[in-house]
Design a binder for this molecule. Structure first.
Ligand code: NAI
Ligand code: AKG
Length: 528
């Protein structure tokens, strides 16, 4: 039975789903060293933002197939290291959208009405009515930085509360913003004119310390800023200084460059105008149930050999595409495996020629599947859909694509792979027939009609009497049963190919005897 480690607190609904297919060990609070020492036992890992999945953890995770992040941000996972090891990373892109948006709105309201400070006063017997006069959000301008899922929901609610909403997001089309009654602006204008700024962007090299002392100085002295997105996007020391110095009126922060926030952080010493929460954006019962179910289902499916719907590190290969293109991907992988085993030697270039229906689909999934077949034939299970492209790149394999939608040799189109390398060039073409069956339709320049099977033998030989008989008898003598046979030739008594589907693999010694038969130029056993 598979084993899944849950190393952060997650909702029981997720544990129940994982338990359908795996032994689930819930061990929140493991130290980094403990995680490295136990991770080698596990097929799956489920986390929230607390666990740091470093390259060291991934290097020790010899059995790991999938890391599930019960939330959106995967910045606590070394995704490139996971990709290189072929470990799938999945998340829950929408399960906590509402929770995070509502937390940002709660921050804006708390800041405007000094709710936390007033409450703290009440706890110690005070009745400060004058000290906590606040402001209304109504008719104020809200600047949303990052108009994605969370930013859009904040914008929608803010509009309903009577706010004017402007936004900065270079990746959002103006008409999409217009539909939300949001005006797109440049970043500097947004900071200059907004009464409230709320950040809903990922932490990337472009957004690191985006909000710094210089930008804060351009804000109105009455303005407030909210960060429920990612730590590191604002300069924390600069925020503390700006509030203490009256440059801005306040800030609400849920996330920090380093978590938990250091006890001696200058933020903890700010007395007025600052509301801090310990990364609570996604902490609602509803969101935790949503993300736990979403991610646990994906881990369960992947452990059962099914695709995941929100894979972070297989670009262009969503579960929907995997399902829709299933036979096409199978064909690409099969043809990739065949080309690899027929080529021998090092492949330096792989040309993918897509005809008919094959050309009308996105080609990236077919490229990934072809590379998985090509490299997997040599490197085995270490190659999967996650790392196939990366491994091909690391080996310097160039990939060319040629599409021809009009050409229709077969009703459903065809896929041809041509490999070029130190042993010359090889070509295999395949098609998916109406019944969903895969066929190999040509090898090099020879037309064939072969259903791929687990064990096969390919020969190139002279088309002359006696060869087929000799080969058949030789296999019979070694108890290798032939299930099907195909010969392809272009000219009588010219060069030809033979494809045998056999029930058992060919022993190495037998292969030598086969290549010694007069007229056989080459023989390649193939396993799929
Ligand atoms: N505090 C918490 O507990 C939670 C935090 N988050 C964080 O909130 C952030 C937003 O999440 P979603 O809305 O789900 O993501 P999303 O991907 O739907 O939206 C992000 C938006 O930011 C925009 N963007 C990217 N780079 C930008 C830049 N340099 N300037 C302006 N806009 C830029 C993108 O175009 C996109 O529209 C993420 O960092 C996520 O990790 C999410 C959930 C809970
Ligand atoms: O798991 C959590 O509570 C944090 C959620 C979060 O930051 C995210 O989903 O990006």
């Amino acid at each position: 039975m598979s084993k899944v480690l849950v190393s952060d607190p997650i909702d029981q609904a997720g544990v129940d789903i994982l338990s359908q297919v795996a032994q689930v060990d819930q061990r929140p609070g493991l130290s980094p060293e403990e995680l490295v020492s136990v991770i080698g036992d596990y097929d799956g890992l489920m986390i929230r933002s607390g666990t740091q999945v470093t390259a060291e953890v991934i290097a020790a995770a010899s059995k790991l197939k999938i890391i599930g992040r019960a939330g959106v941000g995967v910045d606590n996972v070394d995704v490139p290291a996971a990709t290189q090891r072929g470990v799938l990373v999945v998340n829950s892109p929408e399960g906590n959208t509402i929770a995070a948006a509502e937390h940002a709105l709660a921050m804006m309201l708390s800041l405007s009405r000094h709710v936390p400070q007033a409450h703290a006063g009440m706890r110690v017997g005070k009745w400060d009515r004058k000290k906590y006069v606040g402001n209304e959000l109504y008719k104020k301008t809200l600047g949303v930085v990052g108009l994605g899922k969370i930013g859009s929901h904040v914008a929608r609610v803010a509009r309903a509360m009577g706010m004017e909403v402007i936004a900065y997001d270079p990746f959002i089309a103006a008409d999409r913003a217009q539909q939300m009654q949001v005006r797109l602006t440049e970043l500097d204008e947004l900071f200059r004119t907004a009464d409230y700024v709320t950040l809903h962007i990922p932490r990337t090299k472009d957004t690191e310390n985006l909000v710094n002392a210089e930008l804060l100085r351009t804000m109105k002295p009455t303005a407030r800023i909210v960060n429920c997105a990612r730590g590191g996007v604002v300069d924390e020391a600069a925020i503390a200084e700006a509030i203490n110095g009256g440059v801005i009126a306040g800030a609400g922060l849920d996330v920090y460059a380093s978590e938990p926030l250091a006890e001696d952080s200058p933020l903890r010493a700010v007395e007025r105008g600052l509301v801090l929460t310990p990364h609570l954006g996604a902490s609602t019962e509803e969101a935790q149930e949503n993300v736990a179910i979403d991610v646990a289902e994906q881990i369960r499916d992947v452990l059962l050999g099914l695709p995941a719907r929100s894979a972070v590190n297989i670009p262009g290969l969503s579960a929907e595409i995997m399902e829709r293109l299933k036979p096409h991907l199978q064909l690409a992988e099969t043809v990739g495996g065949l080309v690899s085993q027929l080529s021998g030697g090092q492949v330096q270039e792989l040309e993918l020629r897509l005809q008919g229906d094959f050309a009308s689909h996105p080609s990236q999934p077919l490229v990934i599947a072809s590379l998985k077949g090509l490299l997997g034939a040599v490197l085995g299970d270490s190659i999967n859909f996650v790392n196939a492209s990366l491994e091909a790149k690391a080996r310097g394999i160039r990939v060319l694509e040629v599409k021809d939608e009009a050409s229709r040799d077969y009703a459903g189109g065809s896929l041809q792979l041509i490999s070029r390398g130190d042993q010359g060039s090889r070509s295999v073409t395949g098609a998916v027939f109406a019944d969903g069956e895969l066929r190999i339709t040509s090898i090099d320049e020879f037309p064939v009609n072969v259903t791929p099977s687990s064990h096969m033998l390919f020969t190139r030989h002279r088309d002359m009497p006696g060869i087929i008989g000799q080969l058949g008898s030789m296999l019979g003598e070694h108890n290798v049963n032939i299930a099907a046979m195909q010969v392809g030739r272009k000219i009588v008594r010219g060069d030809a190919v033979m494809v045998l589907s056999i029930d058992d693999p060919i022993p190495a010694a037998l292969l030598q005897t086969i290549t010694a038969i007069e007229g056989i130029q080459e023989a390649h056993p193939v396993s799929l």
